[in-house]
Design a protein around this ligand. Structure first.
Ligand code: SAM
Length: 223
């Protein structure tokens, strides 16, 4: 039987993490040094069930509690890179899930605010991030389609669940020059990843980045 935390398991995880970095991230076009460093630093195995340890660095989403998922490493890296982050940025994430993407973001920017609608996930992510020492991540339980007004405006907002349209409230909480990266699609199962940059008051530049597949964003301005 393999023992969690044993030298053998640590070596095996390190090998798999190398493969993720080389083949799944660099090999598929992730170029930002900050994103690569963050993906190297954050132990994905600490955000999943022990039973899934062998799959921790596979390039696919994995199940977490409440029928939700931790996103595929490549997509986490891709969305983080798409946010075009600066060190001093304040970032809002919608859909905390396991807390993994928030931890990755927290290695690059000053402060990360993350909203999760499911209380049990918000609570377990809060405890996990605290125990791992990610003390610049702040978690709020609530409907993320309403953003987190208290700390707005944000330099970047990332939504990690699929929306039927771009929630107007999130656009309002974006700073001038800020970027919103969000999966949007007319059916809950498939989306196009969009990046919207706020150019001025109500003026936005919209780009379509790629096709993606996320669990639905459920809320007042979601499904
Ligand atoms: N970023 C997460 C991670 O690193 O583990 C993965 C997020 S998972 C793909 C999507 C999450 O969005 C789920 O935990 C789900 O409960 C949450 N969610 C869905 N609708 C939401 C909403 N309106 N506000 C906040 N969270 C929401």
């Amino acid at each position: 039987m393999r023992i969690w935390g044993s030298e053998e398991v640590k070596r095996s995880l390190a090998r798999r993490r190398e493969i993720m970095l080389r083949d799944h991230l660099l090999g598929r076009g992730i170029r930002s040094g900050e994103v690569m460093r963050a993906m190297e630093e954050v132990p994905r195995e600490s955000f999943i069930d022990e039973g899934l340890m062998d799959s921790a660095y596979d390039d696919n989403p994995l199940p977490i509690d409440e029928g939700q998922t931790i996103s595929q490493p490549y997509i986490v890296a891709y969305m983080t890179e798409a946010l075009q982050l600066q060190k001093t940025d304040r970032v809002l994430e919608i859909g905390t899930g396991s807390g993994y993407a928030a931890a990755v973001l927290s290695r690059i920017v000053t402060e990360v605010f993350s909203v999760e609608r499911l209380g049990s996930l918000a609570e377990s992510a809060r405890r996990r991030l605290q125990s791992l020492g990610y003390d610049n991540v702040f978690i709020h339980e609530g409907d993320g389609t309403q953003g987190w007004a208290e700390h707005a405006p944000y330099d970047a907002i990332v939504v990690t669940a699929g929306a039927p349209h771009v929630p107007p409230t999130l656009l309002k909480q974006l700073a001038i020059g800020g970027r919103l990266v969000i999966p949007v699609g007319p059916i809950p199962e498939f989306q196009v990843l969009l990046r919207l940059r706020r150019l001025g008051g109500g003026e936005f530049r919209r780009e379509e980045l790629c096709g993606v597949r996320f669990v639905p964003l459920i809320g007042a301005e979601g499904w």
